[in-house]
Design a protein around this ligand. Structure first.
Ligand code: PLP
Length: 411
């Protein structure tokens, strides 16, 4: 078996002899000892992902701050690790996320907050954290915040009608051509500024989170978006920051071309360096997605009509994205049956991977090819570090899983 075949292989994620390793950890041993579905995160990869973003922005000579979007993964060990790095703040979208960020040690001035459907109860908690970077996404929120905390510095989340997403998938866009619930549109923006003035709120930031998972192919749209955001910035009296949200993607299938961060950062510099703005970014998925793997065990392999189903001991409730957004998924065996003969040619099987939830959508991947597997084997679901555990539920009372952080002291 030629190991170079694996497009996703990298130094910290690869087969050693017949076993899949992540961050030096044999995943077969880990899955066996965990005795339940488990997520495994490689801390070193998380650090590398953060540093890659920093370097790109630094090389483009941009004053910048990174705020890790906690919604992507709020595992306490992972959060403590990210805190210990001291390289990022936290982006949050709810009072509970805000309080969790504070509990793991982030200071108010290291936190951005951009909510949706913000209630008065939410605002009361936000008001008790005057140091956070708050972005308002509706006229109503500006008015109610102004009544509660006049004089505060705020940002405005805008919706420029330009959608940015993996494969241009409209379901993954927050500000595409379809009217969405997010942000303030151009036709209401000047009214938003007037309202802010009425309550003496100082608008120093424009915020825009446009969509999920964009890669190189979407960079031309990204540039159009940046150009459009300049209009909003230019309406402010004393702008200090531009917040570009998250949405940076990582390859999830072989043909995806990775996001070129150098080009990405240079585009940002082209539009905002001349305006002397500090750039905020709020990546979630980019930081944790490819650092995490979900390990599930095969309990049944059975042909049904023309399909071979491989059934595993976890379902869409613990890893929702493939079913929710029909996103492709890379699933690989944790152990290869080659008897350590790297030259052996395996007969790949065409299979459909099904979970253990009684829902028709509970299919992880359909008609994909994988090397031979047997009942009892473990499968690794790659790129599962973001929006897996954090979006999980106890549907069908099958919500139990464990989470492991791999920590390498020497790295
Ligand atoms: C306001 C905001 N910022 C950042 C993010 C993080 O996005 P991603 O994980 O795609 O980088 C999100 C995701 O929904 C968001 O809504």
């Amino acid at each position: 078996m030629n190991y170079c075949k694996w497009w996703w292989q990298r130094e910290d994620l690869c087969y050693v002899e017949d076993y899949l390793f992540l961050g030096g950890q044999n995943l077969h041993s880990l899955a066996h000892s965990a005795a339940s579905p488990c997520y495994v995160y490689n801390s070193t990869r998380i650090k590398q992902n953060i540093l890659r973003i920093h370097c790109a922005l630094q090389e483009a000579s941009l004053a910048h701050r990174i705020f890790y979007a906690i919604k992507a993964n709020r595992n306490p060990s992972l959060l403590s690790y990210v805190r210990s790095l001291g390289l990022t703040g936290i982006d949050c979208c709810s009072p509970s996320e805000l309080l969790l960020a504070r509990q793991v040690g982030f200071l108010e001035e290291e936190i951005t907050y951009t909510g949706t459907s913000v209630s008065n109860d939410d605002l009361a908690i936000i008001a008790r954290h005057p140091g956070i970077f708050l972005n308002c996404d509706s006229l109503s929120q500006i008015r109610r915040l102004g009544q509660l905390a006049p004089g505060r510095e705020i940002g405005i989340r805008v919706n420029p009608n330009i959608g940015l997403s993996y494969g241009a998938n409209p379901k993954l866009q927050y500000s595409g051509y379809k009217t969405t619930k997010f942000g303030i549109y151009k036709d209401s923006f000047l009214e938003a500024l007037q309202l802010a003035t009425q309550y003496n709120l100082k608008v120093t930031r424009i915020h825009c989170h446009s969509g999920w998972g964009f890669l190189n192919k979407q960079l031309p749209v990204f540039e159009t978006l940046l150009n459009e955001l300049c209009w909003y910035i230019d309406q402010l009296q004393a702008p200090k920051y531009i917040n570009l949200g998250g949405g940076l993607g990582v390859p999830i299938v072989k043909d995806d071309s990775p996001l070129d961060l150098e080009v990405w950062a240079k585009l940002i510099a082209k539009y905002f360096a001349p305006r002397n703005l500090e750039v905020f970014v709020e990546p979630g998925d980019y930081i944790v997605k490819d650092a995490g793997i979900l390990l599930l065990q095969i309990n049944t392999i059975e042909r049904k009509q023309n399909k071979v189903f491989v059934y595993v001991n976890g379902g869409c409730n613990i890893n929702l994205n493939p079913a929710l957004y029909q996103l492709p998924l890379e699933v690989v065996p944790v152990i290869l049956h080659t008897q350590n003969n790297i030259d052996v040619d395996l007969d790949w099987m065409q299979v459909t991977i099904a979970g253990n939830i009684n829902e028709a959508i509970d299919i992880f991947a359909e008609d994909i090819y994988i090397p031979p597997v047997k009942e009892g084997d473990y499968l690794a679901f790659l790129n599962a570090g973001g929006y897996g555990s954090s979006m999980s539920s106890n549907h069908c009372m099958r919500g139990i899983f464990s989470e492991y952080l791999i920590y390498n002291f020497q790295k």
